[in-house]
Ligand binder design. Structure first.
Ligand SMILES: [Zn+2]
Length: 215
């Protein structure tokens, strides 16, 4: 009943345990015993109170220690880490990272979050859905673009069945590191431009050709 009493009031025995009623139910008695046991190991000193970090990592509280504590129980072995391409703007890299996670606002992603969009068709071909996998890997518009790019880069045609395949294209086949980086940069930029073209068409009714994106 006395809410503002201190711990030392209780364990030194000077304070009163003023309960509204004595514990009588089994669960209450168990809680009472647990509390008494917990307090049994506590001793008070005259020092001022201070906070103590009981987590892992180090003796003191730090952001790194909290991160270590939170991550300690998680398994990240299956996590996919996107290759960053230093030759293209950060916005393109961030876009690729989000797209690979399925976190770009396609109609499919929006409807999963309860946002209703009238036209859910792909605006390039009107045959597929407005989703990451269709827009970038199976839409005839995108396939046409990848064909042009593969010819221009003098590499084999892209065989991509998912967005993950697309972000990994540059790693296939024996290539110099500089060649890989160049192909990766071209693909990342092309994806960014495809997305821009899609939005331009959907929101500004401005149709863009494959040739324009390629140029
Ligand atoms: Zn399409």
């Amino acid at each position: 009943m006395v809410k503002n009493c201190s711990v030392s009031d209780r364990i030194s025995g000077d304070g009163l345990w003023l309960s509204k009623h004595n514990p009588d139910a089994d669960s209450e008695r168990r809680e009472w015993n647990d509390l008494s046991t917990a307090l049994g190991s506590v001793s008070c000193s005259s020092r001022a109170d201070k906070w103590v970090w009981l987590g892992v990592g180090s003796d003191s509280f730090s952001v790194a220690a909290v991160k270590k504590l939170i991550d300690g129980t998680k398994d990240f072995s299956s996590r996919y880490v996107l290759d960053w391409c230093s030759w293209v703007p950060i916005k393109c890299n961030v876009f690729m990272w989000r797209a690979e996670l399925g976190r770009i606002p396609t109609v499919g992603a929006l409807s999963r979050r309860g946002v209703m969009v009238e036209n859910s068709e792909c605006c390039f071909c009107s045959a597929g859905s407005d989703s990451v996998s269709h827009l970038f890997t199976s839409c005839p518009f995108a396939l046409n673009l990848w064909e042009k790019i593969s010819l221009w880069c003098r590499v084999h045609r892209f065989f991509v069945f998912s967005f993950r395949d697309l972000v990994e294209v540059h790693n296939s086949g024996p290539r110099l590191e500089s060649e890989k980086k160049a192909i990766q940069g071209v693909i990342y930029t092309a994806c960014w431009l495809l997305w821009k073209a899609k939005n331009d068409f959907r929101f500004n009714n401005k149709r863009c050709s494959v040739e324009e994106i390629f140029c």
